[in-house]
Design a protein around this ligand. Structure first.
Ligand code: PMP
Length: 470
């Protein structure tokens, strides 16, 4: 962590003179763009993220735009604090008081890793697979990843195209840092995974948020993509299936997006694609296709995937990036300085995970589908909610905005999604995540990777809660 921070601090010196970084926090550098219009979002970067050091006068701010004591780097301060913190803190408090809270917040499967993975973990430790591996991972696991990508996704990768990282999150981080230069625009369809805009800002880039709506089933269309591209666009971050919407873009839609990026003389030429496909195995009716397999896309796509979601291996911290050699070289350099390599034991466990049969894997995904169906049925019965049926991952993101402005029985006014989540937790002991951190302030995210009992209880309470608002 120290190494990572010191690297970032050093990078901040590189970033500041080029981008006018010093002036950045006082105005938004986060551009929101729909196909029709270009709008500046409300300022998100303030000198005091989270209000940690309180208000200061204009004069004080002019002397030192960031902080009174300068302890923390402005680069780190520009990162938005997690919006789930408030709900999480209250959940912990209630639990500490001995109260029962049903939480549908977490982004991890509720099943265990396959038994073969657990056995391989113990075996690896006993057999001395406890040393550093090469930076990009063992040759064995990289070969196994290639074989898996070729067999299931039809995308040809060689072992030299793979970097095994400490989780998909690190792979996304490294991929963004490999190409995003200060001032570069990065297109991020909203609702989005909260880390994307924060990573882009850390790299000195400008997140360009492209709204998608529940009515459009949260799909990024060719038209919207074209409307967001500019001469400064460097990357598209494409999360498919999506956290938090569960949207799965079909093969046809992916081909259309690829065609926009390939248009001769168009602004998409030379744009990199960060294809975050960490949920690709958890899909329902729309089959998932790898973006790197779309015409002309292999050469400019960084495919990110891992074991956290498919094999319930969140705590193993292992994921990977598959990309053309120029990117692999850059990412390897970065990772060599950041963490050396992913855990050797986790790499051995990852090998075992790739050997688990499709049938065994499918059994857990079928249970997830049953949970999706159950949640959709219950949500459909709650008044005033608009929802798109998720085709992948394990999240539902209903629009709850028709209830904003109403008052709860205890007098609480529900001004927005965060208020609703906090009230639901206080009055009904159910924890859900506000959509605000996902770039979707109209909604709340329900993770249905939970037991059927918890889902039934939580949704029953949610229904009562909504009906009690006047
Ligand atoms: N991408 C997305 C869209 C995710 O939801 C997550 C996990 N929440 C990750 C990447 C990171 O996964 P990992 O545990 O492999 O770092």
């Amino acid at each position: 962590t120290l190494l990572l921070l010191s690297t970032l601090l050093r990078l901040s010196h590189l970033v500041m003179p080029v981008t006018g970084f010093v002036g950045m926090p006082t105005s938004s550098r986060c551009v929101s763009r729909s196909a029709a219009a270009t709008v500046e979002t409300a300022p998100r970067l303030t000198p005091f993220p989270g209000g940690a050091v309180g208000e200061r006068t204009k004069e004080e701010a002019a002397v030192n735009p960031f902080d009174c004591d300068d302890t923390i780097s402005p680069l780190v301060k520009s990162v938005a604090p997690s919006k789930t913190i408030e709900v999480h803190a209250l959940t912990q408090e209630m639990k500490a008081r001995g109260e029962r809270v049903v939480s549908l917040c977490v982004g991890e499967p509720d099943f265990e890793p396959p038994p073969a993975v657990i056995e391989a973990t113990a075996r690896a430790a006993k057999e001395g697979k406890t040393k550093y591996t090469g930076v990009t991972g063992t040759l064995d696991i990289r070969r196994a990843i290639c074989a898996d990508l070729t067999r299931r996704k039809g995308v040809p990768y060689a072992a030299g195209d793979i970097v095994v990282a400490n989780g998909a999150k690190q792979a996304v981080f490294e991929g963004v840092f490999a190409v995003v230069r200060p001032g570069d625009e990065v297109i991020i369809p909203a609702p989005y995974w909260p880390s994307y805009p924060e990573l882009v800002k850390l790299a000195g880039g400008v997140p360009v948020i492209v709204e998608t709506t529940v009515e459009e089933e949260f799909m990024l269309t060719a038209e919207k993509l074209r409307g967001a591209l500019t001469d400064r666009t460097r990357m598209l971050i494409f999360c498919n299936p999506s956290n938090p919407t569960g949207a799965v873009h079909s093969k046809e839609l992916c081909e259309e997006l690829a065609a926009v990026l390939s248009e001769k003389g168009g602004k998409g030429e030379g744009v990199w694609v960060m294809a975050d496909e960490i949920y690709e195995r958890i899909v329902y009716d729309t089959p998932h296709v790898a973006f790197a397999g779309m015409p002309g896309m292999w050469e400019r796509t960084m495919t990110v995937n891992g074991f956290s979601k498919s094999h319930a291996m969140t705590g193993y911290r292992i994921g990977y990036l598959a990309a053309p050699p120029v990117i692999v070289k850059a990412v390897t350099t970065l990772q060599g300085q950041l963490t050396s390599c992913a855990s050797a034991i986790s790499q051995a466990a990852g090998m075992a995970a790739l050997e688990v049969s499709d049938e065994e894997m499918q059994a857990s995904f079928d249970i997830m589908r049953a949970k999706r169906d159950f949640v959709m049925k219950r949500v459909a019965g709650i008044p005033g909610l608009t929802t798109a049926e998720p085709q992948g991952a394990f999240y539902v993101l209903p629009d709850v905005s028709s209830h904003f402005g109403k008052t709860a029985p205890d007098g609480t006014v529900i001004g927005g999604a965060t208020d609703l989540c906090l009230y639901l937790l206080r009055a009904h002991s159910v924890a859900l995540v506000t959509g605000e951190g996902f770039g979707y302030p109209k909604g709340i995210r329900i993770s249905y990777a939970a037991s059927m009992e918890d889902l039934a209880e939580a949704l029953g309470e949610f229904d009562q809660c909504i009906r009690s608002l006047k």
